[in-house]
Structures are given as structure tokens and as C-alpha cells.
Design a protein. Structure first.
Length: 344
């Protein structure tokens, strides 16, 4: 009746991890520890916290949650990411032989504050990879799981910070590529750096915030402009960029990242990135509103032009609205006039 559970561990930066597992009925309820790097007292407190969540049925398979938890550790109150899952291979066996209980696991990662929900999707993906590892390494779980758990902070939380430190003032071109969906080629980079750059571009893009059809059309348009692909050469100590674009908007936000680098807090970098995308979306929405007004009003057309000139990101915004308004004749005419003005 007891179902084993599994705790997470962190990199040696003061972040911590612990884990547990569950069965639905209160009488038949047991949590056993698989791995942790928390002190015994704090681990017991974390186990109690997770047990309460489990009895309430508040943990859904494969979907992480973030909550604030107070533990007997120097940090006191920390943000706790926790996620429940089952091994697919053992779940199939349990279905075939009903007297076998497939173990369920709960992984916990501690760090940041209760407001730090910004890495939940990355950590969900991290848990998915852990499930795959467990399915492949059923015989020696602890040997397979412990190293993976202990690198969670470096692997899931720090990529954005590493990219900021690597690119520094060249980060503006990376932001520009992400915002405009310009194809990016990375050459002569080690595997981790290549993955970090790819994840930064995905995190900085407007995927999910702008209509899916718009994103698809933008990707096609930018891929067709092959001469505009940006190449990042990582053969030297500093990356060299070829065919790089930039604008005032991206340069201003690059400065926010560089200023934030002094504190070295990965949660801060992620928040800056989210604010960067939020501002870009606000600018797109403002421009679309002006375009609707400009269909009937020449003064509004001039306001559109002034907005594009002053927002710092007119080159990208115009591309996005052009794609979105491709099937709308009146709006398309406004965009065509704006393109002419901006070229002049």
C-alpha cells in the first residue's frame, strides 16, 4: 500500500530539494524518502507539507505547482516547486497485473521566493525528462536519479543568466532575433551553450502571446529571407554575430539585463524577460488600435507613424501587423502607407 516518493536536490548554491509520494486513502497512506539534500528536520517539515497537499488531492500528474513553504533552514520561507508523477513502464505493468501498485513520486525543488512561479514550465519539462530516465534505468534508481536531481538549478534555472553573461552588450541582437522570429544558426559552440541560446530565444519570443497563425506566417516570412538569418560563432571567448539586427527597444532592454547581471539572480533575469515581452505585446496592441483608427482618420495615420518612429521597435511591429492584417484590405492599405513613410 505504500507508494514511494522522490525528493529533488539542488546545485550547491543554497537552493535545496526534497521529495515524497502518496496513496489516495488516508488509512493506507505512506511516504518514503528516496533522496534529499535537506537537513532531517526540514525534510520532515517538507514531507508534512506535501502530505497535506496530497490528502487534499491537490497534485495532478505531471503538472507542477509553486507554493511558499516555511522550513527550518537559514532561508526560512522559500518557494517550493512540487510535481507528482508515475513511471510509465511500471504503470503499464500495474494495469496488466492489478495486484501490483505502480510507485508514485513527488519531486520538490526549493529556491527563490513564493512569487517565483516564472520557471514552472521549465521545471515541468525537467520532470518529464526525469520520467524518461527512470523508465530507462529501472534497476538502480538512486544512481540514476541523484545526479539528475542535483543539477536541476544549473540545468533548468540558469540558462538565461548564462546567456546574458556570455553575450553582454551583444544581447540586443539576440532579443531582436527572438522578437522578429529571425532564424538563428549557432556554430562552434559546446552542447550546453547551444542549448542555452536556443532556450533563451524560445523564452524571449512572443510564442503563445501573439496569435498562432501570425507566428507561423512570421516564421515563414523570416525563413524565406535567408540573407537575414543571424549566425552566432562561438569559437572565441566572445560570440561573434553575423547578419545581426537590432533596434533601440532591444538595446534599452539589453541595458536592463546587463545592469541586473551585477546581482546574479536568475529569477530576476527571467522577470526582466517577461517584462520585455509584456512591453512588446502592449506596443503591438497600441499600434493595432491606431491602425483601426487610421482606416477612417488621416490624423490617426500620422499618430501611427509617430508611434512607430518613437517606440524603438517600429521595424518589428510593422512586420507583425503586416502579417496579421494581410487579409484585411483597409488595414493593409494603412500598413502599406506606413511602410513607405518609414522607408523615407
Amino acid at each position: 500500500g505504500s507508494r514511494s516518493a522522490q525528493p529533488g536536490a539542488a546545485a550547491g548554491d543554497g537552493s535545496a530539494g526534497g521529495a515524497v509520494a502518496h496513496t489516495p486513502s488516508a488509512e493506507d497512506f505512506s511516504l518514503s524518502l528516496l533522496d534529499t539534500n535537506l537537513p532531517a528536520e526540514a525534510e520532515t517539515e517538507l514531507r508534512s507539507f506535501i502530505a497535506k497537499r496530497l490528502t487534499k488531492g491537490a497534485l495532478f500528474e505531471g503538472m507542477g505547482n509553486v507554493a511558499s513553504v516555511g522550513l527550518s533552514i537559514p532561508e526560512g520561507k522559500v518557494g517550493c516547486y512540487y510535481c507528482r508523477f508515475q513511471q510509465e513502464s511500471l504503470l503499464e505493468m500495474a494495469t496488466l497485473e492489478s495486484d501490483i501498485n505502480a510507485p508514485e513520486y513527488v519531486v520538490c525543488f526549493l529556491g527563490g521566493s513564493e512569487k517565483e512561479d516564472t520557471f514552472r514550465l521549465e521545471l515541468d519539462k525537467y520532470i518529464q525528462n526525469l520520467k524518461i530516465n527512470l523508465d530507462l534505468e529501472q534497476k538502480n534508481l538512486e544512481a540514476c536519479v541523484s545526479p539528475y536531481l542535483r543539477s536541476w538549478f544549473e540545468d533548468a534555472i540558469c540558462p538565461i543568466q548564462r546567456v546574458v553573461q556570455l553575450f553582454q552588450d551583444k544581447l540586443a541582437s539576440l532579443l531582436h532575433a527572438a522578437l522578429s522570429y529571425t532564424p538563428v544558426e549557432v556554430k562552434n559552440a559546446d552542447e550546453r551553450t547551444e542549448k542555452d541560446i536556443s532556450r533563451f530565444l524560445a523564452a524571449a519570443s512572443l510564442q503563445g502571446l501573439v496569435q498562432e497563425g501570425t507566428m507561423t506566417s512570421l516564421c515563414i516570412a523570416m525563413t524565406e529571407e535567408q540573407h537575414k538569418s543571424m549566425v552566432i560563432d562561438c569559437s572565441g571567448p566572445q560570440p561573434q554575430l553575423h547578419n545581426a539586427g537590432s533596434n533601440r527597444f532591444c538595446e534599452d532592454w539589453m541595458q536592463a539585463f546587463v545592469n541586473g547581471a551585477e546581482g546574479g539572480n536568475p529569477f530576476l533575469f527571467r522577470q526582466i524577460l517577461e517584462n520585455f515581452k509584456l512591453k512588446a505585446i502592449q506596443d503591438i496592441n497600441n499600434l493595432k488600435r491606431f491602425i483601426r483608427q487610421a482606416e477612417m482618420n488621416h490624423y490617426a495615420l500620422f499618430k501611427c507613424y509617430l508611434f512607430l518612429k518613437n517606440c524603438g521597435s517600429g521595424d518589428i511591429l510593422l512586420k507583425i501587423v503586416k502579417v496579421e492584417h494581410a487579409e484585411m484590405p483597409e488595414a493593409r492599405n494603412v500598413v502599406t502607407v506606413l511602410e513607405e513613410f518609414m522607408r523615407e
